[in-house]
Design a protein around this ligand. Structure first.
Ligand SMILES: C[S@@+](CC[C@H](N)C(=O)[O-])C[C@H]1O[C@@H](n2cnc3c(N)ncnc32)[C@H](O)[C@@H]1O
Length: 331
């Protein structure tokens, strides 16, 4: 049993099955034993997954080109700041060095108050703990995590809390019996926080996920575990030793953003964003290197980004319009 598993098992022995959100919170973010808090580095070849951000310098050069365009459109305001949510290993630091770059992660960095610039994130929202639910007997019921002495297992609990119910009714198609769902309430809280601190500028969110209409494709929900580059369906095994993700509900980000003064500018694939960013100079800045070996390496990087990740990942661009919204009654 993993140390995070021991803690969860003990909590369940004392208080009964826990909401999945609690399980995910401990598994990923327990200060000592959580997956993202342990000493072992989960990123890269020897780790469990690659992200687009690790494909440097090509990803960095192209995203910086995209942000430079936004900077110009805003009239090049002084103090232009790029805040990165879930900055991880700070892979973007070099690419964003021409601006004030503020990396925010679980125990470092903070959203600055009233800034002009961009709130950037890559695979941040998919890592936030979610509530899990099943629609049964005409209502949403909580999917909780029980422990049978040896293994963690799913258990259906009572009705979901009102906030979860509101999320599932608002951002999904009308519910169907026996279908599984996830509700990302924390993502709404982050959208609200970001909207509040962005005085002027954009929110640029890269992740994989679905819209309300596309949610049809996921009757079994979207929870996934990752270990050593293999996707695993059983997210309850080895808490703390594997990553857990939930696809992002982009309709929720879009509509919660709109309620707080962030209007959708575009929603496209990562490939579309990268192609548009590289087009003006025919990818010269991204690929340019006198060294043929390095040039070849960068071409491979561009290929991986466009064809390996480009269609799976989406980019939501939202723009702050008008003053920050009033305190939320959204959920
Ligand atoms: C999948 S990683 C992505 C890291 C990086 N953006 C990349 O693409 O390589 C998700 C990151 O979000 C961070 N994160 C999760 N919850 C957070 C929170 N509440 N506040 C700040 N960062 C958080 C994690 O610590 C982790 O570094």
């Amino acid at each position: 049993m993993t140390p995070a598993g021991e803690l969860l098992a003990e909590e369940i022995r004392r208080g009964g099955p826990v909401p999945f959100r609690r399980f995910m919170q401990v598994a990923l973010y327990h200060p000592e034993h959580g997956y993202y808090r342990r000493r072992r580095d989960p990123f890269g070849k020897a780790g469990d997954f690659f992200t687009a951000e690790q494909i440097q310098p090509v990803f960095g050069v192209l995203m910086a080109a995209r942000i430079r365009r936004l900077y110009r459109e805003m009239g090049e305001p002084s103090g232009f700041t790029v805040v990165e949510l879930g900055a991880g290993r700070r892979e973007m630091a070099e690419a964003f060095a021409e601006w004030n770059y503020v990396p925010v992660d679980i125990d470092s960095g903070e959203l600055p108050p009233a800034f002009a610039g961009v709130v950037f994130s890559n695979e941040f929202f998919d890592a936030l703990p979610v509530d899990a639910a099943i629609y049964q007997g005409g209502g949403f019921r909580e999917r909780r995590v029980a422990f049978d002495g040896a293994r963690f297992r799913w258990e259906t609990g009572g009705p979901v809390p009102p906030g979860v119910d509101a999320f599932l009714r608002r951002y999904f198609l009308p519910p169907e019996e026996e279908r599984l769902y996830e509700a990302g309430l924390e993502s709404l809280a982050w959208i609200e926080r970001a909207a509040r601190s962005l005085r002027e500028g954009y929110m640029l969110t890269i992740d994989y996920g679905y819209t309300r209409a596309e949610s049809l494709r996921f009757p079994s929900g979207t929870l996934m575990g990752y270990r050593r580059h293999t996707a695993l369906d059983d997210v309850l095994e080895d808490p703390g030793a594997r990553d857990i993700t939930a696809h992002v509900n982009f309709t929720a980000l879009e509509e919660a953003g709109a309620a707080h003064g962030l209007r959708k500018e575009s929603f496209e694939t990562l490939a579309q964003t990268l192609l548009a960013a590289g087009e003006p100079d025919q990818f010269a800045a991204a690929l340019g290197s006198a060294d043929p070996q390095e040039n070849l390496r960068r071409r491979m990087q561009l290929k991986t980004l466009l064809f390996g990740m480009g269609e799976t990942f989406r980019v939501l661009l939202q723009r702050r319009t008008g003053p920050p919204g009033r305190p939320s009654t959204h959920l």
